[in-house]
Design a protein around this ligand. Structure first.
Ligand code: AHG
Ligand code: MN
Ligand code: MN
Ligand code: MN
Length: 336
C-alpha cells in the first residue's frame, strides 16, 4: 500500500559507512571523508555520462595515454575530477590512475593516510554508443610517515583495505567493500544520494554464464581454450553456458557478481599478460569477488597475491563464482 512506496529508513552510503566506522572507536573518520569524495566524483561522472551526447562530451580528446589508447574526452574529464577530489580531501598521499603515466604524490600539507589506485572511466570504447561504463577504485593505507613513493602502491592486492566500482548504466550503482562483505548502493537522482539497495551481496557458487572476448580465441593457451570449449559443448550432459560480453569490465563483473558465472580476460599469444591492469582493474574486482564468496585467479595464482612491480602492469584474470573458477584452476594445474 501507499506507505511501502516511500521507504523512510533511508540508508545512504554515508550513514552506512559512519555505522561501519563506529565499530572502530579510534577512527577519526578519514575513510568516511575519503569515501564522500569518491561519491562526489561518481555523481559528477554519472551526470556527465548521462548528458555526454548532448554536452558534446563524446569523442576523442586528441591525446594518447600511457596505455597507447586514444583518450576520450570523458576519460580526461573523469580523471581530472577524481584527482582533484582525492587531493582536496586531504586524506590521500599517492594516487595511481590509468590515465596518468606517473603516480601523483600529494604535497605534504594535503597528505593523508590513504593511497588510491583507480580507473576513472572503464569501458571507454563504449562511451560513444551509450553502453554501460564505470569507475573502479582500490584503497591502500600508508604504513609510514616518510616521503610517499610508488612502493606505497606496489603492494599485493591482499593489502588493500577497500575497493569498489560505480557503474553508469540504466541506473547508477556504487558497489563497495571495506572488508566486511560487499554492499550495493543505487543513486536516487531526486535526492542526489546513494541508497543501500543490495546489502551483503553474495555471488552464486556456480553460474551458467561465461564472459570473454571470443575474438581472441585463436591466440588463447590450452587451458583457456579447453575451458571455453567445455562452456559451449559440456561433456557431462549439462546445458551449455550463455555467453554475455559487454566489453566494459565494470558491467561484465557487476552482472557476474549478481547472476553468477565467470568473467575471463586470459593471456594470449599477442599479450602474454592479458589486457587488464593489476592495480586498478584486477585487484579491486578480485577483492570484491572474494568478499562476495567468489574467487579470482591469474592462471598461476590467487589474483590478490600478485605483487606488482610497475603501476600499469597487466595480468590475465579469471574471476566469478567459486566453483566455476575452481574448474579453470584445475585445468591450469594439469598444464604445469
Ligand atoms: P578501459 O576502458 O578503462 O581502458 O578498460 C577497458 C577494458 C575493460 O573495461 C574491458 O573488460 C576490456 O577492456 C575489454 O577489452 P576488449 O575490447 O579487448 O575485449
Ligand atoms: Mn583505457
Ligand atoms: Mn578499465
Ligand atoms: Mn579506463
Amino acid at each position: 500500500h501507499e506507505a511501502d512506496a516511500y521507504r523512510t529508513d533511508l540508508m545512504t552510503i554515508t550513514r552506512f559507512v559512519l555505522n561501519e566506522q563506529s565499530k572502530y572507536p579510534d577512527s577519526r573518520g578519514d575513510f568516511t571523508i575519503l569515501l564522500s569524495n569518491i561519491v562526489l566524483g561518481c555523481k559528477f561522472v554519472c551526470s556527465a555520462v548521462n548528458k555526454a551526447g548532448l554536452a558534446k562530451l563524446i569523442g576523442l580528446a586528441g591525446e594518447t595515454n600511457i596505455q597507447g589508447e586514444e583518450q576520450k574526452k570523458l576519460d580526461v574529464l573523469s580523471n581530472d575530477v577524481f584527482v582533484k577530489a582525492f587531493v582536496s580531501s586531504g586524506r590521500t598521499s599517492v594516487l595511481v590512475s590509468e590515465e596518468d603515466e606517473e603516480a601523483t604524490f600529494v604535497e605534504s600539507s594535503q597528505r593523508g593516510k590513504y593511497c588510491v589506485v583507480f580507473d576513472p572511466l572503464d569501458g571507454s570504447s563504449n562511451i560513444d554508443c551509450g553502453v554501460s561504463i564505470g569507475t573502479i577504485f582500490g584503497i591502500y593505507t600508508m604504513n609510514h610517515n616518510n616521503e610517499p613513493t610508488t612502493e606505497d602502491v606496489l603492494k599485493p592486492g591482499n593489502e588493500m583495505v577497500a575497493a569498489g566500482y560505480c557503474m553508469y548504466g540504466s541506473s547508477c550503482m556504487l558497489v563497495l567493500s571495506s572488508g566486511t562483505g560487499v554492499h550495493g548502493f543505487t543513486l536516487d537522482p531526486s535526492l542526489g544520494e546513494f541508497i543501500l539497495t543490495h546489502p551483503d551481496i553474495k555471488i552464486p557458487t556456480k553460474g551458467n554464464i561465461y564472459s570473454v572476448n571470443e575474438g581472441n580465441a585463436q591466440n588463447w593457451d590450452g587451458p583457456t581454450t579447453k575451458y571455453v570449449e567445455r562452456c559451449k559443448y559440456p561433456k557431462d550432459g549439462s546445458p551449455a553456458k550463455s555467453l554475455r560480453y559487454v566489453g566494459s569490465m565494470v558491467a561484465d563483473v557487476h552482472r557476474t557478481l549478481l547472476y553468477g558465472g565467470i568473467f575471463l580476460y586470459p593471456a594470449d599469444k599477442k599479450s602474454p599478460n592479458g589486457k587488464l591492469r593489476v592495480l586498478y582493474e584486477v585487484f579491486p574486482m578480485a577483492f570484491l569477488m572474494e568478499q562476495a564468496g567468489g574467487q579470482a585467479f591469474t592462471g598461476k595464482k590467487r589474483a590478490l597475491d600478485l605483487v606488482p612491480e610497475k603501476i600499469h602492469e597487466r595480468s590475465p584474470i579469471f574471476l566469478g563464482s567459486y566453483d566455476d573458477v575452481e574448474e579453470i584452476k584445475a585445468l591450469y594445474a594439469t598444464e604445469e
